[in-house]
Design a protein around this ligand. Structure first.
Ligand code: CU
Length: 154
């Protein structure tokens, strides 16, 4: 009987955990409005790992776009270079900032033109098997004279 109650207790902890907050927290999500003819858009956000172990984003997808990729912008001898990351690892408790001129989520080929206020759904698949879906909207953002995918160098 004692063994049974211990088992129930463990089961309770386990199920409590599985209903806990998602492994990743998303904040400051921005998808700047792009000209209607744009074949790519970009998403910026802060992603926080709420767990005690490294979390790895293995893929991002969206029903509004043909393809979604994680990109890293770097400067090589004064030339802007964009590199696709196959995975994005986030250390326990760490926050990765996706921002202009650095890491970003590249939204490739919108299925229809998206403007200010239009909904975008993003699905993040983690190495752990967890799937997190976030819902956001396209926003008119003042990028001080540059277009949505121009990046400045700090
Ligand atoms: Cu890019």
């Amino acid at each position: 009987m004692k063994k049974f109650s211990v088992y129930l207790f463990l089961l309770f902890i386990f199920s409590a955990n599985s209903f806990a907050a998602a492994a990743l927290g998303f904040k400051k999500i921005i998808i700047p409005e792009a000209p209607p003819v744009a074949s790519v858009m970009v998403a910026y956000m802060d992603i926080t790992n709420n767990t005690q172990k490294t979390q790895q984003i293995n893929s991002v997808s969206s029903p509004q776009f043909k393809r979604v990729e994680i990109h890293k912008m770097t400067m090589d001898n004064g030339m802007m270079n964009m590199q696709q990351l196959k995975t994005l690892a986030i250390k326990p408790g760490a926050t990765v900032v996706l921002e202009t001129g650095g890491l970003h989520i590249m939204l490739i080929k919108p299925l229809k033109p998206l403007k200010n206020g239009d909904k975008v759904e993003l699905t993040f698949k983690l190495a752990s098997g967890e799937v997190t879906i976030i819902n956001t909207t396209v926003q008119k953002v003042d990028l001080t004279g540059s277009d949505a995918h121009k990046h400045h160098h700090h």
